[in-house]
Design a protein around this ligand. Sequence first.
Ligand code: PMP
Ligand code: GLU
Length: 395
Amino acid sequence: MSTQLSDRINALEASATLAMAAKARELRAEGKDIIGLSLGEPDFNTPDFIKNAAIDAIHQNYNSYTPVDGYVELKDAIITKFKRDNNLSYDRSQIVVSTGAKQALYNVAQVCINPGDEIILPCPYWVSYSDIVKLAGGTPIEVNTTIETDFKMTASQLEAAITPKTRMLWYSSPCNPSGSIYSKEELRALADVLQKYPKIILVSDEIYEHINYVGEHASMAQFEDMYDRTVTVNGVAKAFAMTGWRIGYIGAPTIIARACNKIQGQVTSGANCIAQRAVITALEAPVEKIQYMVDEFKERRKLILRLLSETPGFECNEPEGAFYVFPDISYYFGKTLHGNLIETATDFSMFLLEQANVATVTGVAFGNDNCIRLSYAASTKEITEAITRIKNVVS
Ligand code: PMP
Ligand code: GLU
């Protein structure tokens, strides 16, 4: 804790996913052979047709500030994408393009949350939600779910968590880290509860929409009675293998979108111009063009689930989307492995890093004390080697 820094920043946790990735990089630089299953980042290259669009944009001298909320052509491509993939109708005043879905989420928190507001986060939730909420002065209210309900929050759990201070509900589907997907019926059951509380705003983070192994993707805003208070968050990082390009976006009620535009105008002036031009091409392409990556992730999911099922003490749900497995490893709590007493998921994750040279992320970062997260956005060779190493050190 530094007295030179603000209370706000002193209270903020560093991103556990990025911290683990940095630690893995550091160890590699020291010559250790670390397999990184910590970061949720596709190991594919950005497809050539998108890269070429960026190169063309450079040659066409796209080098000036863009409109704060994004190029009109990009907003139109987003509007078309929302209609085509989600049957959602938005106009330009409802779209804001940001520097990654992460900044989109940050904006929404800043414009919707007052100090003391309660924000419901079904656990496990994506690592940054709780700190983005806290940075805006909100109080995260964690709703615990377990493997028995496939890590999904039920309508009665939601109802029990609501108080007069509840301001928002944030969730991702497909979920990072559990891979769970809320079906249309499950979302409707939550919407039926929310109908009684018209002031609650929803953040539906759909960044893994296309990485879905079971079928249809449902969006909360598809329900007429939820549309006017749902912020649909999406981006290109995952499905298009464009993590470093930093483009995310929202479709939102106009009043929220305008407010996000205002904050962005003071903070970033808008997202990178070349990346925005490339994303127009990405979103206008038929989704079939990126299916090869999803097919590959599906094979890797099968592989990692099989390998983990042969590893003692790893209890997994079957993730329906995204590229993570979130095994419950509490079997190891209280046990001593190679001289290391394992008391928490963080101990176990550190043990795997140090003894097996495999980087994972503790479930604690996602609001779950019994699990760890492994990303299978890695090659089949790396996955096989990583789980073999894990098996060897826990046996
Ligand atoms: N939401 C979820 C659920 C994520 O996993 C991530 C990580 N990429 C983000 C948002 C942030 O995405 P971006 O890289 O576009 O900022
Ligand atoms: N979303 C990815 C993850 O969960 C990338 C890291 C991050 O943005 O925190 O690993």
